[in-house]
Write a protein that binds this ligand. Structure first.
Ligand SMILES: Cc1ncc(COP(=O)(O)O)c(C=O)c1O
Length: 484
């Protein structure tokens, strides 16, 4: 054991305390070790080695006084699973450790994590500045739903135009939001650059790190203040459950910005303290816990268990998936039926230099390939695939394919799609754990089908596809989303 390792856990500690205090932020241990052991304190009379699934709505109070103490917050034991649960806490501690955070909150989905993080920071009349290169569900939440509650949102078109971020921040901007590896274009974020701009204006940076995972990139180590995840993706890894995580970096000085964040640094609780006074480093997280408790996106302990199982093999999966993605991307790039491949691991990517800096251990496994022949080629290709699953999901052990223009991005008009570089021939691939040769054989066969059925000349670029392809695509889009 390394010299500076903390003392061994007390095996006689009661279960509640063991789970609450079990975080082992042991920077000296490697990632693979910590993904198995951080926050891991099997306890109780039977000494189970795996983390038990505490599938219970509530927890018995020993007596009248303990019930009061748990509600008053003077006893940290569990009361009700929407407020906290030992299995969920085990996941929180492990992911906080892997992300180099001071704590984490597990919620029911990635969307719930994004929503809870934002609702913890904004009030009506406040402003959010976000990258336009983000998951469509988040973009629509910001644009449509937050607007209904009086929160104003602006989007920065090029997330790595740091001057544009600086120009976009207003006096009531309460957070800056971006993704570390956006999909499908793989436009890797300059996390440190954006953190510096946000901090210059006294605003925290929130980064969605779903596609990178803490194995490839830890935004908090580059200056971000808060990290969110869809745990449904790589963390759980097997496409079985949904989950979301918020990780607090513990570095933002809320008390120094008390006017901007009165909920954290002005409002006083029963004990007469503000969140920032009670727990300066985890003030945001504890407040987010309250927001989640009240809005209610509680995760099932069963799902928490499955996420924990996934996390235990995270590095192995991500390493292998990234390596296979690079092999597949290189193969696709040289294929005559392919117009372009957006993968930051390729030397041809405009984001390759940023990937070298931020993603030295692998560039992830979700990327885009644009076929010559537009939408009809994409259709023939998608329908011919046998091994790739046609599905809206990412980070699964199985390889997946999706046509963003007609699915995830269906609410964007042609102009917006073109601005984001999402052409009619673009497909999103999420590379799984299959053998690279088998995936390539499947892609080869599907590209042949696209060339045979979708177009007469596999070398015809998108821009030269007859207008009818675009017109059909536009008509279909209108019939799907209405004429708005
Ligand atoms: C980057 C990113 N963030 C958040 C989400 C939302 O996660 P969930 O589907 O778990 O709600 C997704 C879902 O696809 C995503 O890709």
């Amino acid at each position: 054991m390394p010299e500076n390792a903390p003392p061994a856990p007390d095996p006689t500690a009661p279960a509640d305390d063991a789970f609450r205090s079990g975080g082992l932020p042991q920077a000296s241990l490697g990632f693979a070790t910590r993904q198995l052991h951080a926050g891991d304190r099997p306890a109780g009379p039977h000494r189970p080695r795996a983390t038990p699934i505490y599938l219970t709505a509530g927890f018995e109070f020993e007596d009248f006084d303990q019930a009061h103490a748990r509600f008053a917050g003077t006893d940290e034991g569990f009361s009700y699973t929407r407020v906290g649960n030992p299995t969920n806490v085990a996941v929180e501690q492990r992911i906080a450790d892997l992300e180099s955070g001071v704590g984490a909150l597990l919620v029911a989905s990635g969307q719930a994590a994004v929503t809870t993080a934002i609702l913890s920071l904004v009030s009506a009349g406040d402003h959010v500045l976000a990258s336009s290169s983000i998951y469509e569900g988040t973009r629509e939440l910001l644009r449509d739903d937050l607007a209904r509650f009086g929160v104003v949102v602006d989007f920065v078109d090029d997330p790595n135009d740091l001057a544009a971020w600086g120009r976009g921040i207003r006096p009531r901007t309460k957070l800056v939001f971006a993704e570390s590896i956006p999909n499908p274009k793989n436009d890797v974020l300059d996390v440190a650059g954006l953190a510096a701009v946000a901090h210059r204006h006294g605003v925290p940076l929130v980064v969605d790190n779903t596609l990178a995972t803490p194995y490839l990139l830890r935004p908090l180590e580059h200056g971000a203040d808060i990290v969110v995840h869809s745990a449904s993706k790589f963390l759980a890894g097997h496409g079985t459950v949904l989950g979301g995580v918020i990780v607090d970096g513990g570095t933002f000085a809320w008390a120094a910005h008390a006017d901007a964040y009165p909920q954290l640094a002005r409002e006083r609780g029963l004990d007469g303290l503000t969140y920032a006074e009670r727990a300066p480093r985890t003030a945001f997280l504890e407040f987010a816990r309250r927001v989640a408790m009240r809005f209610g996106p509680a995760p099932s302990p069963l799902n928490a268990f499955l996420i924990l199982q996934g996390v235990e093999t995270l590095s192995l999966r991500v390493q292998r998936q990234s390596a296979t993605a690079l092999t597949v991307a290189r193969w696709l790039e040289q294929h005559p039926g392919v117009g372009s491949v957006d993968y930051s691991g390729l030397e041809s990517s405009p984001h390759h230099a940023l990937a070298q800096r931020y993603l030295p251990h692998g560039q992830g496994s979700v990327f885009a390939v644009t076929l010559h022949g537009g939408r009809e080629a994409a259709r023939a290709f998608t329908d011919a695939l046998r091994l790739f699953t046609r599905m809206t999901h990412l980070g699964d052990v199985r390889s997946l394919v999706l046509h963003p223009a007609t699915t995830t991005h269906v609410l964007r008009d042609d102009e917006q799609l073109a601005a984001r570089g999402i052409g009619p021939g673009l497909l999103r691939l999420s590379i799984g754990l299959e053998d690279a040769d088998d995936l390539i054989a499947d892609l080869d066969h599907a590209l042949a089908a696209a060339a045979a059925g979708g177009l007469s000349d596999a070398r015809v670029p998108d821009s030269a596809v007859p207008d009818t392809t675009v017109a059909v695509a536009a008509a279909d889009l209108l019939s799907t989303v209405g004429a708005s």
